[in-house]
Ligand binder design. Structure first.
Ligand SMILES: [Zn+2]
Length: 310
């Protein structure tokens, strides 16, 4: 939708994975409630990007098993999932000045509400994305170093020179109101900051003008997993978003038959914040229980654009 004025074209997508709902609901609300005459520029809003997966309530497409976010840059002749990816790359990215793709956490693990940023090797584009993440203002932003190849939408956006951010809000299969509000507020701030809607737009009435920023965390080189060696019942001691220290007790796994002594006591292996936590109590050997990520300064994040392949 557009007003017809000159202004940026913003591509907004959700349902890249069909069972992730906060973004789908945020974008549907935007379509429902926004007055096109209040837009400066153009919004391209796709709340059910992998539509077959959305209709089937599945992560991947029921038509060809395709994971859309592993199907970029796509291909018009290799099945429906790659066709969707190819359409975005060939027809939408050339129109796009800025893109936001909404995701939610996993089905067996819960994530903190977080922005998600894949660094790229174009320093100007990377800086723009870092600034966008700060404006979006999720409590945390997970950061990955640049890669030299990728099959996700992030990498294709960078290849096309499109400023692009993503996020993981809430959990698969449900809508968490707090996560919805974080995503809605972040999107509104991004639209205001890029002059797509005015700062006094009615949508902003319950949105803080300035986010309190975001805490960047490293989910690559300074990130540790706590993994169960034995199956049983895992009793966690800490919540998502808690800051923990190396050596601190994380929880215990107890056997189903013998619950006097734990099968395993878990301790954290690095300092950082709990960004992912197992949802289900019953665990099998090899299941990840916690993921702890270390903090990154803004300067460290910006410097990541020069570390391709490292
Ligand atoms: Zn996803």
């Amino acid at each position: 939708m557009q007003k017809g004025d000159e202004g940026p074209t913003v591509l907004l997508t959700a349902g890249n994975h069909g069972d992730e709902y906060e973004g789908q609901c945020i974008l549907r609300r935007l379509i429902r409630e926004i007055d096109p005459s209040s837009i400066n520029g153009r919004l391209i809003i796709l709340p059910a990007l992998n539509s077959p997966a959305v209709r089937a309530a599945t992560r991947t497409s029921p038509l060809d098993g395709g994971n859309l976010n592993r199907s970029f840059p796509g291909d018009p002749d290799s099945g429906p999932t790659k066709a969707i990816a190819g359409f975005i790359v060939q027809h939408l990215f050339p129109l796009t000045d800025l893109a936001v793709d909404f995701h939610s956490g996993g089905s067996t693990s819960t994530y903190v509400n977080t922005g998600f940023l894949c660094a790229n090797t174009n320093p100007d584009l990377h800086r723009r994305n870092v600034e966008l993440m700060e404006v979006f203002g999720a409590p945390f932003t997970m950061v990955l170093p640049p890669t030299e190849a990728g099959t996700d939408i992030d990498f294709s956006a960078y290849q096309a020179g499109v400023p692009f951010i993503s996020c993981e809000l809430g959990g698969a299969g449900t809508v968490c109101p707090a996560a919805f509000n974080i995503g809605w507020a972040g999107l509104m701030r991004v639209l205001v900051k890029n002059d797509v809607i005015a700062h006094d737009h009615p949508f902003l009435s319950d949105v803080p003008n300035d986010s309190s920023g975001t805490c960047f965390v490293d989910i690559a080189s300074n990130c540790t997993m706590i993994t169960a060696a034995h199956g049983g019942l895992f009793e966690p001691l800490h919540e998502l978003g808690s800051w923990v220290e190396k050596g601190q007790k994380a929880g215990c796994t107890y056997g189903l038959q013998n619950f006097i002594e734990p099968l395993e006591s878990h301790t954290f292996e690095s300092d950082g914040v709990i960004v992912i936590k197992r949802r289900d109590t019953l665990v099998q050997s090899g299941d990840h229980l916690y993921c702890v990520a270390g903090k990154l300064s803004r300067e460290e994040v910006l410097a990541m654009s020069t570390k391709a392949g490292s």
